[in-house]
Write a protein that binds this ligand. Sequence first.
Ligand code: 13P
Ligand code: SF4
Length: 359
Amino acid sequence: MSTSSATLPEASNRTFEVPKHPEWPVLSASEKETLKARIKGLLKEQNAVLVAHYYTDGDLQDLAEETGGCVADSLEMARFGTEHDAPTLVVAGVRFMGETAKILNPEKKVLMPDLEATCSLDAGCPADAFTRFCDQHPDRTVVVYANTSAAVKARADWVVTSGIALSIVEHLKNKGEKILWAPDKHLGHYIQSVTGADMLMWDGSCVVHEEFKSVALERVRKLHPDAAVLVHPESPAEVIEQADVVGSTTALIKAVTTMANKEFIVATDEGIFHKMHQLAPGKKLIEAPTAGQGASCESCAHCPWMAMNALQNLAEVLESGRNEVIIDPATSERAVLPIRRMLDFAREYGITMKGKGNA
Ligand code: 13P
Ligand code: SF4
């Protein structure tokens, strides 16, 4: 079994800036209601539907649900966009989510509150360097995480999200295939440890999940011995090792609602607490530590790119029609194949939004 990682210089140095969290003006309750009403009117007028990720601001999540859109993990966001008949999709999340929606629905208009909202996994896996890496390993099946650009997806055999990655890699392993995995090394190592698949890894990581600290987590666990530990698999191995549940955002939310524990220590973006509190109001949710003794945090468990989505810029794009996601048709035609392969696999194996048996 191969466990080596890519050592291309392009892959090992951070070549992108992690932005500061944007400071949105605080709105009074009545200003917020006025803005929400305006957005609701615009969505209706334009026959548009809002698709939001669990890490976005709680007001956006509520608005998506109140207007017949959805709030979901990245697998379900992709699926919802293809199944809904609205001609315009407004994606509140990060760039790869908007691009996936556009690739799957080229005939639809896809808008995003901020097109600069990228992801460290996407930014840390440039298509040219990735192509060279693939070219060096032609014997491997290329499996990429959804958190990548359209051009990287266009070079892949399979696209996976955290909700389906384990099942797909297991399936490929059973067929005797060797895998080239990109870009998240932590998710890759976790999947490799569970499936035993032969995976060659790209050296990427999520700047949010990588900050969870295992020693500090041990201390928090001692303070809350009855708490269940919920961890997103983009976290480092020493954090994952302490988990009671490792899974996608959907799987972690499901754990809070179904497990008997009264307390949970949660190692993922704090945006997820909104839905967890809504579905399990009686449970105590504790943030897993991102800054242990003497350490400081850069993202502090909140993705700076997800934070670029707000009511204000959502209203703006609906009014102006700006920030449309455009993808070169040749790239899109190639990238749609591995995404469809994932959705077909999900259908065939009955992997639903409820995260059946998956990460
Ligand atoms: P999910 O697919 O689990 O929602 O994860 C997306 C993501 O970007 C996590 O950081
Ligand atoms: Fe990317 Fe991490 Fe933000 Fe998710 S939380 S979008 S993986 S940077």
